[in-house]
Design a binder for this molecule. Structure first.
Ligand SMILES: Cc1ncc(COP(=O)(O)O)c(C=O)c1O
Length: 440
């Protein structure tokens, strides 16, 4: 029996798939069976080009032997050890390497199992920090409309994706949302739009309304990824930073998508020249090969939490069974080595102008209502069809059939190609997608 037949002969109902139309999928499954470099193969053996780097996870390309070998060796040596009150060598090395790579001062690293856990950890650090400094009343968390910070309770509460919120009740109390920055004035702008820095003043309004001394942190994605690559307007992040500084509010950047070269710099914080107090990371930290998330914290923030506890006490009552999993650490170390050895962030930067020009080239299609992007993140908005998201879903199905894997957010088509992609690969992704959009 061929491998494709084995896979498709399995019952499809038992696996409740995440963020998926389970019923539709069972009717017409899209199963990816193999990957190598910038390509996937489906269960019929058709080759598809990966225009999203997995799920923003895999910029170094699929099937990297160095990561596979590191994981294998780590499993032979030490498969698992408890992370509470015990350590493994890889996590200390990884934290030191990350501290070198991160903006100066963000050098205390807490590990988690993925992006959602990193967000929860970051928000808990923020609240705990104020508490140990005698400001326990600072508990409000400020997020943003159209933000995505994962699916756990604090993350979706500060997030602003309507569907991710409405089915699950009230969420955390004391959360407020700034307006998003996707404004018509910046339509068809590639890079940062000129308009909208003043949207950051929403944070000041919350200060005026609630009092700065009730606000713990403001969390944003520097570029909001999941709702369609919303690039911050010029000076917007700078203004948020100023307001946070003025009022003692911690600024958290969720760099789960933006981190590790996606913007052409190591982190979006470097690209935009705004350094947060806390940063979350995941996805590309292991090239998507093993789940892992991380939180980078300013040294003095950690120090305040350490100093507040008795000498032998546990200082931060938080952690996961899979925090700093040795196999994830090995995968991350091998991934960071690839990024360094192949200078992949510089490669992402070099690909950026041609990539953004290709995204902008969709503008002439009648169905396209906006194009935008930054670094190797690009988005094409489509005029809605019969219902919101219907056209996007049609494009997802048709592009898969046509040989390209893109990401769809509502009626927006997203590209985030692997950094190892060639100009020819970019041409191919765009050409296949264009043909599909021409059928709409
Ligand atoms: C900005 C951001 N934060 C958090 C998450 C959640 O990460 P995970 O799915 O690994 O929990 C994501 C996932 O896409 C994300 O884009």
């Amino acid at each position: 029996m061929s491998s494709s037949a084995r896979i498709t002969n399995q019952p499809l109902e038992n696996h409740w798939m995440p963020f998926s139309g389970n019923r539709q999928f069972r009717e017409a499954p899209r199963i990816i069976a193999r990957a190598e470099g910038v390509h996937y193969w489906n269960t019929r053996g058709d080759k598809l080009i990966d225009a999203v780097s997995g799920l923003y996870t895999t910029p170094a390309g699929h099937g990297r032997r160095e990561i596979r070998d590191a994981v294998y060796q780590q499993m032979e040596e030490l498969d698992y050890a408890p992370p509470f009150q015990y350590g493994v060598p890889g996590s200390f090395r990884l934290a030191a390497e990350l501290a070198q790579m991160l903006p100066k001062g963000l050098n205390r690293i807490f590990f988690a199992g993925g992006g959602s856990e990193a967000v929860e950890s970051a928000l808990k650090v923020a609240i705990n920090y104020h508490r140990v400094r005698g400001q326990g009343q600072r508990q409000r968390l400020i997020g943003r409309e159209r933000g995505y910070h994962g699916v756990n309770f604090a993350g979706w509460s500060v997030g602003g994706m309507v569907k991710n919120r409405q089915a699950f009740g009230l969420g955390l109390p004391g959360v407020a949302h700034m307006r998003h920055t996707h404004i018509p004035e910046n339509k068809f702008v590639m890079g940062q739009g000129e308009h909208g820095a003043d949207l950051a003043d929403d944070l000041q309004r919350f200060v005026d309304l609630h009092g700065a001394d009730t606000i713990a942190a403001c969390i944003v994605e520097p570029i909001a990824g999941s709702t369609g690559i919303l690039v911050p307007p010029q000076n917007y992040l700078q203004r948020l930073r100023q307001i946070c500084d003025k009022h003692g509010i911690l600024l958290i950047f969720d760099e789960v998508i933006c981190g590790f070269g996606r913007t052409g710099a190591a982190f979006a914080a470097d690209a935009f020249g705004v350094i947060p107090d806390i940063m979350t990371m995941a996805k590309a930290i292991t090239n998507g090969n093993i789940p892992m998330g991380a939180v980078a914290v300013r040294e003095d923030i950690q120090q305040a939490i350490l100093d507040a506890a008795g000498p032998d006490a546990i200082e931060f009552f938080h952690g996961y069974t899979y925090s700093a999993h040795p196999v994830a650490c090995a995968a991350a170390l091998a991934t960071l080595k690839i990024y360094r050895d192949e200078d992949l962030f510089a490669r992402a930067k070099a690909l950026t102008p041609g990539f953004l020009a290709r995204i902008a080239s969709f503008r002439d299609l009648p169905v396209v209502t906006d194009t935008r992007g930054y670094g190797l993140l690009g988005a094409i908005d489509l005029a809605p069809g019969t219902a919101p998201g219907a056209r996007g879903f049609e494009v997802l199905k048709k592009t898969f059939e046509a040989g390209v894997v893109v990401r769809i957010a509502g009626d927006t088509v997203i590209f985030s190609p692997p950094f190892i992609a060639s100009e020819d690969h970019l041409d191919e992704m765009v050409a296949i997608t264009r043909k599909v959009l021409e059928t709409l």
